[in-house]
Design a binder for this molecule. Sequence first.
Ligand SMILES: NC(=O)c1ccc[n+]([C@@H]2O[C@H](COP(=O)([O-])OP(=O)(O)OC[C@H]3O[C@@H](n4cnc5c(N)ncnc54)[C@H](OP(=O)(O)O)[C@@H]3O)[C@@H](O)[C@H]2O)c1
Length: 340
Amino acid sequence: MKLALVGFGNVGKSFAKLVERKRSEFPFHITGIHTARHGTAYDASGLPASPHFGPPAASLEEFLDRAGAEALVEITSLNPETGEPAISHLRAAFARGMHAVTANKGPIAHAYAALRAEAAGAGVQFRFESTVMDGAPVFNMVRNNLPGIKVTGFAGVLNSTSNVAIAAMRRGRSLEDGIEEARAMGITEADATFDIDGWDSAVKAAALANVLMDARVSPLAVDRRGIGRLTPERMSELAGNRKTVRLVTRGRTTPGGEVRLRVRAEVLDETDILAASAGTSNLILLNTDLMGTLGTVSISPGVDQTAYGVFSDLVDITRAPGFGAPASAAMGGSTPAGRR
Ligand SMILES: NC(=O)c1ccc[n+]([C@@H]2O[C@H](COP(=O)([O-])OP(=O)(O)OC[C@H]3O[C@@H](n4cnc5c(N)ncnc54)[C@H](OP(=O)(O)O)[C@@H]3O)[C@@H](O)[C@H]2O)c1
């Protein structure tokens, strides 16, 4: 499958290496890469993992037309407020009959239902596994392994920076020390308050609800409070009672069928399964109608795992019924992850 990458930062570079490493088994070829400031690269026979960039394409549309790929890999920076321009990038791909994969949670949190409908209308696949758990299977687990399941709620510890900062405060360090520690690990957003104030978790909550619970919410609908008021003194007091804190993201369906979303610094018993998410590890539990509560844990994921999530989405696309058929004849479209 020929791929057009938009964005070639941490995830893009790791993804290009992964594609090279697995090519004998999975024949993916990157025929174009477009960036914001580093120019554009093309090669119809496949670019190397460290390509030479030429002048930038005049527009995203021109880039897609010239790259001649079957799938767009959208891995540009997150815009948490609107999800743009990634939403427009995905639309341009669908309009050309291209499948699309993104690691960018903005489009899923802001425009999932519309994008799903547009992909289905174009007869192409749309995937986004890396948006919430850095590539560990959440959406594809529900899609591929839990047929007929209805997800009624979820609870997760999904923000690594907060986890690292909480651990630092438990060791008696300040919140700022904890943020610095996380920054040195390269895991904070450009503006770390986005992590600490719970915005990153709120964007993930909206993405999970939109995909798994068929909600139509944006991150603004999330009742959000971060870990900004936590102190080392409070953490020490809690440790004395064998308790700790995690920034927990929760979603639930009310008896009236409404989806409610919340991000909070929650006090937990040290033995609570949510408290097991140490350091940069992530954890999510899904509440379901037929399988009780089950979940996914990812121990210390990094950018290579995010790249793997993109890769696994592309492999999943090639396995979908109708793959390789003309776009208008492709079967399956892009049904919601929890509804097959
Ligand atoms: N890093 C992770 O572990 C991780 C985990 C999960 C999800 N994600 C998501 O994956 C995406 C990529 O992350 P990253 O760490 O690779 O980001 P990054 O290192 O900041 O790279 C972003 C890339 O996007 C390009 N870009 C930005 N705006 C663009 C535009 N309008 N048109 C074309 N290219 C544009 C940038 O171009 P220039 O190079 O020219 O600046 C850069 O190559 C983000 O949405 C992020 O939230 C990342």
